[in-house]
Design a protein around this ligand. Structure first.
Ligand SMILES: *Cc1c(COP(=O)(O)O)cnc(C)c1O
Length: 371
């Protein structure tokens, strides 16, 4: 009868009691547009190349992997230099198992018990959860009605709470809103005046943006970090590879908390293979951007409100009861995401066929309501 014992019967940390783990519902539905994944499987030549590189890596699996992942960091630095309009060297790049691990390492290094982090919500809920997991206090900062960051209110919140880490997500999840460089600079300035503290710009979706990357802002600002991932634009969510770009001192600092050999040789080999196929993968990004724009146009034409999106998803509304609408769309075989933003839902740009199925569902809903 071990099932009668629950989490709260265990001697876990007090701040974890009564909490639920992160996770979108994984339902078996024909069309799943709820987790911002890339709908395109990796192309066959890349699958072949991964197999080749992993086979090579397998020959030395009796040894620990390159602890510093130098070859991979060099390839990531070259990718950033080529696409982000700023020269980045391998000593400015750090990689881990998903950008979530990168963010965790940053909080372990720069925050933790007795320290505070702030994010401007609604935003990526994992920022608050990783804060909790690392014993960091969490401040939910404000956002405007239109979901953009209110620079004045945000800098005031920084001055008031004097957080050790400031999260800025651009493009933001779940709203899709991008942040301009001026806003980031204002927040950075406020954060330096208040503490100084670390500003983390989470650019998980930047490849889908109409705007250039904020990466050049790291120049001359050792307390500004940009985090990236291969989970979205590179279509490799299953790979678990995230990375950051920052001053080399930040890369040295996170080494104080990273587990030794955290990035397996198989992961490094797979990521290197994917980076060899960057151009093909970025071609899919272009297709997804066009589909995102089509979703926006068609949702507006169908009479919905849409939040301007720079990501591979669209926030749409407004609904008196967003969860009931989420259900109705699900009843039509399409899974979207209810992020708990009152009045709004989020749909990920899928393949043209998946997006058609979604658009058919939401058009049918409108018809039902007006009849
Ligand atoms: C999806 C997402 C990530 C990616 O996390 P990984 O651990 O790299 O898969 C990071 N930040 C935001 C805002 C996201 O939406």
């Amino acid at each position: 009868m071990t099932s009668e014992i629950g989490i709260d019967d265990l001697p876990i940390r007090d701040e974890l009691r009564g909490k639920s783990p992160y996770g979108a519902p994984q339902l078996d539905v024909p069309v799943r547009l709820n987790t911002n994944e890339n709908p395109y499987p990796l192309p066959e030549p890349l699958v072949e190349r991964i197999a080749e590189r992993v086979r090579e890596a397998a020959r030395t699996l009796n040894r620990y992997p390159d602890r510093d992942a130098v070859e991979l960091r060099t390839a990531l630095a070259a990718y950033l230099t080529r696409t982000a309009g700023h020269e980045v060297g391998p000593q400015q790049v750090w990689a881990a198992n998903g950008s979530n691990e990168v963010l965790q390492q940053l909080l372990q290094t720069f925050a933790g018990p007795g320290r505070l982090a702030i994010g401007f919500e609604p935003s990526y809920s994992m920022h608050g959860l990783i804060a909790r997991g690392t014993g960091t206090g969490w401040i939910s900062g404000p956002r405007r009605e239109d979901f953009r960051i209110d620079t004045e209110a945000a800098t005031a919140a920084i001055a008031e709470h004097r957080p050790d880490v400031v999260f800025v997500t651009s493009p933001n999840n779940p709203t899709g809103t991008a942040v301009d460089a001026g806003t980031v600079l204002a927040l950075h300035e406020a954060a330096q005046a208040a503490k100084p503290s670390l500003v983390v710009v989470d650019e998980a979706y930047v490849e889908f943006s109409h705007r250039p990357s904020l990466l050049p802002l790291i120049e001359g600002r050792p307390n500004l970090v940009v985090s990236r991932t291969m989970s979205k634009a590179f279509g490799a969510a299953g790979l678990r590879l995230g990375y950051l770009a920052a001053h080399p001192a930040v890369v040295d600092a996170v080494q104080l908390v990273r587990l030794p050999y955290h990035l397996s040789a198989v992961t490094q080999a797979t990521a290197l293979a994917a980076l060899e196929h960057t151009d093909t993968l970025l071609g899919y990004v272009e297709a997804l951007k066009a589909e995102r724009d089509r979703l926006v146009a068609e949702l507006l034409a169908a009479g919905y409100e849409v939040t301007e999106s720079d990501a591979n998803f669209v926030q749409f509304g407004r609904f008196e009861d967003a969860h009931a609408v989420w259900r109705s769309i699900l009843d039509r075989g399409v899974l979207v995401r209810d992020n708990g933003v009152p009045g709004w839902l989020r749909v990920t740009a899928g393949t043209p066929q998946e997006n058609d199925a979604f658009l058919d569902a939401v058009r049918a809903l409108k018809k039902e309501q007006s009849s």
